[in-house]
Design a protein around this ligand. Sequence first.
Ligand code: HEC
Ligand code: HEC
Ligand code: HEC
Ligand code: HEC
Ligand code: HEC
Ligand code: HEC
Ligand code: HEC
Ligand code: HEC
Ligand code: HEC
Length: 420
Amino acid sequence: MNRRISIMRRLRPAVMLAVIMALMPAIGRGDGCLDCHATWEEGAKAPSKLIKFDVHFKAGLGCSDCHGGNPNADDMDVVRKTKGFKGVPKPAEIPQFCASCHSDPVYMVKHNPSLPTDQLEKYKTSVHGMRLFEKGDGKVANCVSCHSVHNIESPLTPTSTVNIQNVPKTCAKCHADTSYMKEYGIPTNQYEEYQKSVHGIALLVNKDNGAPACNSCHGNHGATPPGVTSLGAVCGLCHALVADNFAKSPHKKAFDEAGFPECETCHSNHFVQKPQLNWVGTSDSSLCVRCHAANDGTRGFAVADSIHMALSHLNNAYNRAVGEIDQADQKGMMVTDERFALNDVKQAIIQGANEVHFFDATVVTKTAQDGSAAADKIYNSGQKKISDYYFRRKGLGIATLLITILVIALYFKIRTLEKN
Ligand code: HEC
Ligand code: HEC
Ligand code: HEC
Ligand code: HEC
Ligand code: HEC
Ligand code: HEC
Ligand code: HEC
Ligand code: HEC
Ligand code: HEC
């Protein structure tokens, strides 16, 4: 009995300490709101359950910093009557609700000086913001449609709804929902097409965060469809070399005047596919013949044909060289140098594809000729290695034969010696 009491005595300070420690965060924050809400709210989606993931909570902000109300009150009715209690904002009120802090540079700089304070300003210029403020349309995206609520996280956190890996799904929540978007009469296939595009595969399958998500092209807060003039700029952010080439081409002026988007006209916006050699040329599968014909009074058709010939020649030369090197390799010949040199030819193929955007046959032809010459050299080297192989094999055959004859001769010689 005595022993038990003494254990209890010894434990009591530890238990007390544990209780105090458990209460500390709440006391430290003075967040009676959270304490009470946590006692009755149920389900993983409840504010008091989600909040532990929230960037605001982690930064020491509580329920009352957003909703207002006295965090020390122990009755919700008292909270509601507190001056400044904002309650639950309606969708159309949310941007201002968040911006009360996020557009206040004096406040924000104290917490995180690196955060921009222009989200509301930009949002107002987006299709979402314009419809919300001008038409009171609550169905467009507001801050919490993209950022979630009570578990708002930094875009850098992998689980954030606005982390680059999750943005396409976040936008698709509305933009791929045909019935939700019905009244607007705009397509709802962006996510579907994007997933099948080089960009979607690069980002979502290969986890290449250098590939664009929806917001890379549309902006985060100024989510607008890029206009005709800004289109080249959007793609050119990442494909700078190609965009430079395009800007020097005869299409630059022609497309601007005709109102054709610079890159999308040939590549599409959401369904960008891996480029094919037969996209340029005069066959039915070529992009050029959509606008150019043999006698349309421009050099377009002829140039398309020349570019195609030059690039086909380069491709064939490359494939022929690869085939020869593979054969030499299979025969056990050393082809490390040739394989290395093939990289240069591969590079020429990529350069050629970039230079297509000059829409000038002389530029591409020069690259293709240099590349083809390099490929032919590699081919010749491979061919020589293969003939060396046969030469050696023949040599080996003869040597083996001679040795065999010698052995047989020796055998008979030894036998005659033994007989003697
Ligand atoms: C003693 C418990 C308790 C405290 C303290 C409390 N709440 Fe509540 N709160 C509730 C309950 C219960 C509801 C559910 C509404 C209802 O049915 O009355 C609620 C509802 C809400 C709502 C929904 C809107 C509304 O008016 O119903 C918000 C927002 C809210 N609380 C925020 C807060 C904030 C912020 C604080 C601290 C300043 C706080 N609560 C403190 C119990 C509490
Ligand atoms: C960063 C600001 C922010 C913080 C912090 C915050 N809320 Fe909210 N809360 C909102 C917004 C915005 C809404 C409206 C959400 C919507 O329209 O979907 C909301 C909605 C609610 C609602 C309505 C029902 C629901 O689940 O959406 C309740 C209840 C609520 N908050 C309670 C709390 C409590 C309790 C805390 C603290 C644990 C808290 N909030 C912390 C911004 C915040
Ligand atoms: C009471 C002021 C306040 C309100 C209201 C508020 N925030 Fe914040 N928010 C902050 C502060 C302060 C930080 C910086 C936290 C830190 O980095 O330590 C922050 C951080 C963020 C971040 C993370 C930014 C980053 O890159 O790290 C996002 C996203 C965010 N808030 C969105 C929202 C949204 C959406 C709302 C409205 C539902 C909202 N905030 C309402 C004060 C507020
Ligand atoms: C259409 C979706 C969308 C809407 C609406 C939206 N955001 Fe964002 N927001 C994003 C995305 C995506 C990012 C991530 C950018 C990145 O990857 O750096 C972001 C980033 C942020 C950041 C981090 C700092 C920054 O500016 O990059 C803050 C803070 C923020 N948003 C607050 C807000 C507020 C406040 C609102 C409402 C006025 C809002 N957001 C509306 C999608 C949205
Ligand atoms: C809450 C639902 C919702 C979310 C989430 C959402 N949007 Fe929207 N978006 C809309 C609605 C509704 C419109 C209005 C359509 C209109 O007026 O044509 C719209 C309009 C647009 C437009 C203009 C379309 C046009 O040409 O009229 C673009 C671009 C856009 N959103 C991009 C995005 C991107 C990018 C994201 C994610 C970062 C996103 N949206 C997230 C609902 C949403
Ligand atoms: C590589 C850049 C790029 C990416 C990535 C991208 N878009 Fe677009 N998007 C565009 C361009 C360019 C337009 C303009 C089309 C026009 O004006 O003809 C557009 C148009 C739109 C429109 C207007 C309606 C339409 O289809 O023409 C919506 C909505 C839209 N995009 C949503 C999205 C969503 C959601 C995602 C992600 C799943 C996304 N976009 C990804 C470039 C992009
Ligand atoms: C944020 C950067 C970014 C933007 C913006 C962007 N791209 Fe890309 N793009 C990439 C990356 C990264 C790849 C490589 C994907 C892969 O194959 O791994 C790529 C691949 C491509 C390819 C395939 C190249 C190949 O050799 O397979 C084409 C074509 C392309 N993009 C066209 C466009 C067009 C057109 C636009 C504008 C509508 C655009 N891109 C906007 C980053 C971007
Ligand atoms: C008139 C049609 C046309 C226009 C306009 C066009 N392209 Fe291309 N693009 C092509 C063709 C054809 C190829 C494939 C060439 C090949 O593979 O031999 C290609 C290939 C590409 C590639 C892959 C090159 C590589 O490195 O493998 C990228 C990236 C690309 N285009 C981006 C763009 C961008 C960015 C723009 C706008 C500035 C643009 N394209 C405008 C026709 C076009
Ligand atoms: C969307 C329509 C369109 C597509 C697709 C297109 N072009 Fe053009 N192209 C034009 C227009 C318009 C002009 C300007 C014609 C003029 O000067 O009257 C032009 C001009 C040219 C010129 C300059 C012609 C001259 O006489 O100076 C060349 C070369 C050219 N294109 C090559 C190509 C090649 C190669 C392709 C395929 C990769 C292609 N074009 C695809 C519309 C297009």
